[in-house]
Design a protein. Structure first.
Length: 335
């Protein structure tokens, strides 16, 4: 009987994960068991993954989505003072804007078309980034790096759960001059590239730093992120080879080469995202202004998203994230 009940739940999950969010919310009222199932992490993790590429061209923002495999311009008339602000970062469907006139930040959710203003930080930031993972929490964080030191920096952290900025200190373990402005967020950790061949992992829960030596020198076309719970490093070298490495032993710093494929026919390109569950690498082909999803296991292209002449612009960030109820909840304060 228990097996039949489990099978019934599995079939129900397959149906529910194909529904939009609004009817999914209504179905939580059917029964306590449905409410429990719909609220469960298992269901949330089964939701479709969205590939979202955010571009800025002048004052306009465009984004692409695997829902329609094309570029879609969007108006930001729902956001707060967006015309006087600059888009400085995005993460899993949330955009971070900064206004130098008022020294203020606001966060926009393109999925729900909501916007929320943050309280002003106490100090001016040198690097700002937003951290949001809808798989783990409905709350987001904004991280400001301030007061650089020889081997560390001050850090001011905003948490949407508390609504406050809190100051911390971090020590990189390397010369601060070696750090690049490239910051990636994955599963509660910020990864900062440090030349020539290191990444600094900043745990936002403990505010502690770990230095990880990369398997090869970092370059403009490289990317660090988690795939299936393992830290991966992908890079394009000399414009013709893409290599994907996995950190097999974090304590010993042991990397293994998972894939080495030719991308010679793509011209100048760089890795801009990794699929969080599968070995699919997203590549920005700069000369042709397009984004390519490349399956490195099967060595084939899974998707191509192209920009028209009127949409060409600066690629801000590409994210691959789940479409979940947390996308609706993330800017609840903006209602």
């Amino acid at each position: 009987m228990s097996n039949l009940g489990r099978l019934s739940n599995d079939l129900l999950v397959e149906v529910l994960t194909r529904l939009p969010l609004k009817p999914l919310y209504r179905f939580k009222c059917v029964s306590k068991s449905w409410q429990s199932l719909i609220s469960d992490d298992y269901l949330r993790n089964r939701h479709h993954l969205i590939v979202s590429g955010v571009f800025q061209h002048g004052s306009e923002i465009s984004y692409i989505s695997t829902f329609n495999s094309s570029f879609k311009s969007t108006s930001l008339d729902f956001s707060l003072s967006h015309s006087n602000s600059t888009l400085i970062d995005c993460c899993n469907g949330l955009l971070l804007f900064y206004s130098s006139l008022t020294t203020s930040y606001h966060v926009c959710n393109l999925t729900t078309r909501k916007s929320v203003a943050l309280p002003n930080p106490s100090q001016k930031s040198q690097i700002s980034t937003i951290a949001f993972d809808p798989c783990h929490s409905q709350h987001f964080k904004v991280v400001n790096f301030i007061n650089w030191h020889d081997h560390g920096a001050g850090l001011e952290l905003f948490d949407s759960q508390s609504g406050n900025w809190v100051q911390h200190k971090v020590c990189w373990g390397v010369d601060s001059n070696a750090l690049s402005a490239t910051v990636r967020y994955s599963s509660g950790v910020l990864y900062l590239l440090a030349y020539p061949n290191r990444t600094i992992a900043v745990d936002l829960n403990t505010i502690s730093c770990t230095m990880i030596e990369l398997p090869e020198n970092a370059n403009y076309g490289c990317y660090v992120g988690e795939v299936g719970g393992w830290l991966n490093y992908a890079s394009v070298s000399d414009g013709n080879q893409m290599r994907v490495w996995m950190l097999r032993d974090k304590e010993r710093g042991e990397w293994v080469l998972k894939h080495c494929v030719s991308v010679n026919n793509m011209g100048k390109c760089r890795v801009v995202a990794l699929h969080p569950k599968r070995d699919v690498v997203y590549i920005n082909v700069m000369a042709e202004q397009k984004l390519v999803g490349y399956n490195v296991c099967e060595e084939k292209v899974e998707g191509v998203w192209e920009m028209g002449e009127e949409e060409k612009g600066y690629l801000v960030r590409v994210c691959v994230f789940p479409f979940t109820r947390y996308m609706e909840d993330s800017l609840a304060r903006g209602d």
